[in-house]
Each structure stands twice: as structure tokens, then as C-alpha cells.
Design a protein around this ligand. Structure first.
Ligand SMILES: NC(=O)c1ccc[n+]([C@@H]2O[C@H](COP(=O)([O-])OP(=O)(O)OC[C@H]3O[C@@H](n4cnc5c(N)ncnc54)[C@H](O)[C@@H]3O)[C@@H](O)[C@H]2O)c1
Ligand SMILES: O=C(O)C(=O)C[C@@H](O)[C@H](O)[C@H](O)COP(=O)(O)O
Ligand SMILES: [Zn+2]
Length: 359
């Protein structure tokens, strides 16, 4: 197992990455001092595959596990689902010594993490990410939350897990669509923070598409190292952390406007990154050849490249809800060449017009 430690003022925790880690979850929870009832939050897709292993491991380590299932899909990352989780936590008698285990992708992790942040004013939680996206991004760094009908992730809290255990073997059962969606966040790290990672991805298309376990272990660990490095410097997104939102400003708007049906998060981010690269080139931060490299990599990894057809008005309305908005101006993340970034101010109207006029 590869271990990366993320060191924060509030508390530090380990991110374990490796194969066959699910059976060691109980012991790992014990080792970080957790006790009492363990509420395993999962969904009807992931629970039948992996909940038994997690529950047995927790039992063997002396915990009392209960399983809570939430419906599968971004459209259920809502206050209604969250309220259902609170009901079950109360019924199961969790107290402040108890903890939550989030077993699933980013939707389960974000929602269960927010439940942990708010239940009894905060109980510990453990992230057990089972999608590529969750292993490289959402399980690390403590952004937890739910969507609001008016926008993505508008309700939430910065709340760090006690432990992250990423079992790479769980990725074998992941659908191609969701696997590729995770690759979008991997590309993101390369474009704005690590030129070497970007080149590695360009040269390993086949291995990535075949889910070569060794390559995946290496790529996941690198992404977690980068994310830990960013979050350690700026846990609550006062500045630097916004770089992790590359491709997300337009991506979140496309995702919301698609009603969370036509585009999943990683796909929307892939399209948002291409739009961001085009705008970066227009503002002089990168060359047309950089834009081509980014677009080609996204395409070769089987991700969508075309922005959905949306009206300028809808796009402006959605962009105005972005959390990087300050008095009507958005802090937009551009790529500076490949491997670096620059912040640039745009109004939602400027972004929407640039995006829609490109069609
Ligand atoms: N908190 C953060 O920092 C952060 C970062 C990136 C994304 N996110 C959020 O993460 C969410 C997207 O996460 P996601 O891409 O993991 O989507 P997801 O959680 O919807 O999972 C994708 C699909 O894969 C299924 N699945 C999960 N693991 C599986 C496995 N091992 N085998 C088979 N099926 C499996 C799920 O049930 C689901 O149907 C979005 O809500 C996004 O906003 C949060
Ligand atoms: O961890 C971060 O910071 C990120 O921005 C990671 C993103 O990939 C992720 O999608 C995040 O949930 C977006 O956050 P938001 O603050 O824009 O809602
Ligand atoms: Zn994201």
C-alpha cells in the first residue's frame, strides 16, 4: 500500500492506495482511534459489490456496523436524501463517538461527508472511494456537500475525513463511462499543475483505457500527492485551491443545465477544460498547440469535447451561482501553457458569450 499523509492545521490524515484494501478497513479505523457504531453509507450499485467485505472487516475489528443506502445518481445528492440519512443515523443510535464510512463514488462521499460534518455537530468519517474520480479527487481534501435546485454543491462544509482508503481493485467493476469521467479529473491535474503527468497520460493512452493496475496505482498516487499539496496550503480555498476548479466553472454550468442526466461530472469537466483552454489561448496564456494537445488527450481518452447547446441567458444565470463569484466577477482558472495556471477575471456574460459564439 502506498500512503500519502495530508498535513493540516486542524488534523492530519493518511490516504492509503493499493489493491485489496477493503478487508483491512476495520483494523485501519481502529488504528486511527475510531470507536462505536460505524454507519456505512453506500448505494444500491456499490453495496451489493463491496458492503459485505467492509461490514465483516468492521465487525472483526470490534465495531458495530449498520448499512445505510442512498439512491444512486447525482440527482439524489439533495437535502431530501441527506434528511433520510439523518433519520437512519438517529434510528441506529449513533452518538458522538460513532462514525460514518462513505463507501462509493463522489456522490456518496460528498453527501455522507456532509452528513458527518453536521450530524450531532460533527462526527468522524472515513472515505472509501470506489470510482476513479473519487480516488483521485473527491475523497481527498474535505469538500463535502449537496446540490441545490439552483446549482451544484451550493450547500456544504469543509470537513476532513479521518482516513481515506482507496482500493484500486474496486475499479474493475466500474462502468467505462464512469471510469473515463474519472480520467477527466486526472487530466485536470496535468494541465494546470504537472506537465510531466500530462505527458505520461499522452504516452499511456492504451494502458489507461485498459485500466493497467500498476499504471493506475501510480497515476492515482500522483493525483493524491498533488491534491494534498494544494489543500495543505489552502484548505478553505482562499486562493490557490481554486486551481482545482479548472474546467469546472463552465463544467458545473453544463452539468446543472443538463439536469444531471446527459452529462456526468467528469464529462462536464472535460468539456469545461476545452472551453477553458480556448479562453486561455485567447487571453495569451497558452498556444493553439497547447489547446490541441489538451483536446486530443480528452478525445483519445473517450471523453466528450463538444459543449451542449444552451442559451446564453441560461448559461449566464448558472455561471452567476458559481462560488468563485465576487461582486459579479468570476475568478476564472486559465492554463498557462501546460502544467501551470493563471487566474483571469471574467463576468458571467463574457464567459457565456465566448462559449456560445464558438459554436
Ligand atoms: N468533494 C470534492 O472535492 C469533489 C471532487 C470531484 C467531484 N466531486 C463530486 O463527485 C461526484 C461525481 O463522483 P463520481 O464520478 O464518483 O460519480 P458517482 O458517485 O455518481 O459514481 C458513478 C457511478 O459509478 C457507480 N459506482 C461507484 N463505484 C463503483 C464500482 N466500484 N463499481 C461499479 N459501479 C460503481 C455509482 O453507483 C454511480 O452509478 C459529483 O457529485 C461531483 O460534484 C466532488
Ligand atoms: O477540491 C477542490 O477544491 C475541487 O475544486 C475539486 C473539484 O474537482 C470538485 O468537483 C469540487 O467538488 C468542486 O467544488 P466547488 O467548490 O466548485 O463546488
Ligand atoms: Zn470536479
Amino acid at each position: 500500500m502506498k500512503t500519502i499523509t495530508i498535513q493540516l492545521d486542524s488534523h492530519s490524515y493518511d490516504i492509503g492506495i493499493g489493491e485489496g484494501l477493503l478487508s483491512g478497513i476495520g483494523a485501519a479505523c481502529k488504528a486511527v482511534g475510531l470507536a462505536g457504531v460505524a454507519a456505512v453509507v453506500s448505494n444500491p450499485t456499490v453495496a451489493p459489490l463491496y458492503a459485505d467485505q467492509v461490514v465483516s472487516s468492521l465487525q472483526e475489528a470490534g465495531f458495530t456496523p449498520v448499512t445505510i443506502e442512498i439512491p444512486d445518481g447525482e440527482e439524489y445528492k439533495t437535502s431530501a436524501t441527506l434528511n433520510g440519512v439523518y433519520d437512519r443515523l438517529i434510528e441506529a443510535g449513533l452518538d458522538r463517538r460513532s462514525f460514518i464510512v462513505a463507501l462509493g463514488g463522489g456522490v456518496v462521499g460528498d453527501l455522507a461527508g456532509f452528513a458527518a460534518a453536521t450530524f450531532l455537530r460533527g462526527i468522524p468519517f472515513v472515505q472509501v472511494p470506489t470510482t476513479l474520480l473519487a480516488q483521485v479527487d473527491s475523497s481527498v481534501g474535505g469538500k463535502t456537500g449537496i446540490d441545490h435546485p439552483l446549482g451544484k454543491n451550493l450547500i456544504g462544509a469543509f470537513y476532513q475525513p479521518h482516513l481515506v482508503l482507496a482500493d484500486v481493485s474496486t475499479l474493475k467493476t466500474l462502468s467505462d463511462r464512469h471510469y473515463r469521467a474519472g480520467l477527466a479529473e486526472v487530466i485536470k491535474y496535468g494541465v494546470v499543475l504537472d506537465a510531466e503527468l500530462f505527458t505520461l497520460l499522452e504516452t499511456k493512452i492504451d494502458g489507461l483505457l485498459k485500466r493497467d493496475p500498476q499504471l493506475l496505482g501510480r497515476v492515482i498516487a500522483r493525483c493524491c500527492e498533488i491534491k494534498a499539496w494544494v489543500v495543505e496550503q489552502d484548505e478553505r480555498e482562499g486562493g490557490l485551491r481554486a486551481v482545482l476548479n479548472y474546467g469546472h466553472t463552465l463544467g458545473h454550468a453544463f452539468e446543472t443545465l443538463s439536469g444531471y442526466r446527459d452529462l456526468v461530472h467528469g464529462e462536464a469537466v472535460a468539456i469545461g477544460m476545452i472551453q477553458a483552454a480556448v479562453l486561455s489561448q485567447r487571453e495569451g496564456y497558452c498556444t493553439t498547440s497547447d489547446v490541441e494537445r489538451i483536446t486530443t488527450l480528452i478525445q483519445l481518452l473517450g471523453l466528450p469535447t463538444e459543449a451542449p447547446v444552451v442559451s446564453v441567458e441560461d448559461l449566464v444565470r448558472s455561471l452567476a451561482k458559481d462560488k468563485k463569484n465576487r461582486s459579479g466577477t468570476l475568478q476564472f482558472i486559465c492554463n498557462q501553457g501546460i502544467g501551470s495556471y493563471a487566474f483571469h477575471q471574467f463576468t458571467p456574460a463574457q464567459l457565456a458569450e465566448a462559449c456560445c459564439s464558438g459554436r
